[in-house]
Design a protein around this ligand. Structure first.
Ligand code: ZN
Ligand code: ZN
Length: 86
């Protein structure tokens, strides 16, 4: 189990920004999130804004910057796959 967790974390390395947008419209799930930490998970807790009634981060979509990051990753992985077939 530990090894699986390690592999998963490695994949997430390299992205130091919030990865998701909450239903309340604020960023979460990552460093610099507009949501507090919950159980050691950054940006998974309640919203940091007092006037926001959000009690916990609920993912609705990825941030634009994380989408770009994913695109870059899949592009890199796609290139290695193409090299094999050609
Ligand atoms: Zn909020
Ligand atoms: Zn929220």
């Amino acid at each position: 189990m530990k090894e699986i967790l390690k592999g998963g974390r490695k994949k997430m390395n390299g992205f130091q920004e919030p990865k998701g947008i909450c239903y309340c419209g604020h960023t979460g799930n990552g460093k610099g999130s507009q949501h507090q930490s919950l159980l050691g998970l950054e940006g998974e807790g309640p919203c940091i804004f007092a006037d926001c009634h959000c009690g916990q981060f609920i993912w609705v979509r990825f941030t634009i910057s994380y989408k770009k990051f994913l695109k870059e990753k899949t592009r890199q992985e796609g290139n290695t796959c193409k090299k094999r077939t050609r």
